[in-house]
Structure formats: C-alpha cells, structure tokens
Design a protein around this ligand. Structure first.
Ligand code: UDP
Ligand code: MG
Length: 203
C-alpha cells in the first residue's frame, strides 16, 4: 500500500503582483502541476501592508541570509556593495518588499507532495532574474537584477514567492490560510507517482 504519510510535505507559493499583471498565473500553475505535486489550497487577494510585512518577518534569520546572498552575488560580479551591514541592507529591502507584495492582487497556493519545498524552489529558479537559469519560471519570464532594483529603490520583480525551508513553509501556511481552507484529497496520479511496484496498471 502507498505510504501517503511520508509524502505530505507542503509549501507556500505566491504569484506576486507582477506575475498576475503579466498574465502568468496559468503558466505558473501549469509548471508546478506538471511535476506531480498536488494543489491543496488556492486563493486570490490584495494583501495589506501589514500582512506583507508579517510575511517577510516570519524567519528571524532571513535578513542576514538575504543580505549575505545579495552581497556575495554583487561581489562576484564586481559591483559596488552598499555601505551598510547585510542586516541593514535587508531592512531596506523589507520596506520595498512590503510595498511590492501589497501593490495589487496576488494568487496564494499550497502545493503538497514528496520534497514539495525543494521541487518548487528548483522550478521557481534563483532569486535574482539576472542569474536564474533558463527553464525556471524566473529564468524564462523575468529580466530584473539587484542593481536595477536598488537604483530605483524598489524590490526585485521576480514573479514568485516560494517557501525556503520546512520551518518557513509551516509558518507561512499558517499566516495565509485557515486550516479549513486546506483540502485533503487523493489525486489519481499519486497511485503511479508513489506506488512502490506499479502493480495497479494492468487489468
Ligand atoms: N529581494 C530584493 N533585493 C535583494 C534581495 C531580495 O528586492 O537584494 C527581494 C526579491 O523580490 C526576493 C525577496 O526579496 O524574492 C525575498 O528574498 P529571498 O532572499 O527570500 O529570496 P526568495 O526566497 O524569494 O528567492
Ligand atoms: Mg525567501
């Protein structure tokens, strides 16, 4: 019998306002759906500034990681690094991010399945569109960069948010969805994706 319990990992995905405005909702859903992951919650809303701020305040280690990651990329490229600590830099980004995320309708989803968090991150692509590889959503549909964002004092437009870890996923799902909005159901294809010996095919 299929062990469904081991395949219950959930991750939160947001099609950010630029993704909605670029008419990419269907394309984004298609890409995650085709992997075999299961869509278990979906809604459209215009986030308040407060909700957007809460979303980007969930993980205490996020600011340092963001600052370090961006500075490393800039350094490798020979760009001038802002004259501030990684945490201070992340604070300026958090301010622009909350405006970005609450600037219009977004589509929020929960995808469930084996390794859902990592699989969704892989398909989404690297944070900065200038570096995200072709074939990923960010690599195929965006052209933004850290330096362009910083020059215009705005967040980098990269179409998608997806949870970065199990801890982030759990907290983000609680922030955006009530338990009764998350559906429990079986997808027919799961019998093939997870079954150990494919013995259910032949009549
Ligand atoms: N971001 C930005 N400038 C930066 C780094 C990040 O505007 O130097 C924005 C970008 O929109 C990114 C979001 O902040 O998606 C959250 O950053 P994180 O490091 O969590 O990247 P993600 O998990 O979205 O890939
Ligand atoms: Mg993140």
């Amino acid at each position: 019998m299929i062990n469904y319990d081991a395949k219950q990992e959930k991750t939160l995905v947001i099609v950010k306002p630029d993704g909605v405005q670029r008419s990419l909702i269907g394309e984004v859903i298609k890409r995650y759906e085709q992997t075999g992951l299961k869509l278990v919650a979906l809604k459209m809303l215009i986030p308040s500034l407060d909700l957007a701020l809460q979303h980007y305040s969930i993980d205490p280690g996020w600011a340092k990681r963001l600052g370090d990651k961006t500075f490393e990329t800039m350094k490798a490229r020979g760009e001038k690094i802002p004259n501030m600590t990684p945490e201070e830099y992340a604070e300026t980004i958090r301010t622009t991010l909350k405006t970005y995320l609450s600037s219009g309708p977004v589509v929020v989803m929960i995808w469930q399945g084996m390794n859902a968090i990592g699989i969704v991150r892989k398909i989404t692509g690297a944070t900065e569109p200038l570096s995200s590889t072709p074939g990923t959503i960010r690599g195929d549909y965006t052209i933004d960069s850290y330096s362009a964002g910083n020059t215009d004092n705005r967040a980098v437009r990269n179409i998608i948010h997806s949870s970065g870890s199990q801890d982030e996923a759990e907290k983000e799902i609680k922030l955006w969805f009530k338990p009764e909005e998350i559906l429990n159901y079986r997808l027919v294809a799961e019998a093939i994706i997870y079954d150990a010996n494919l013995d259910g095919i032949l009549e």
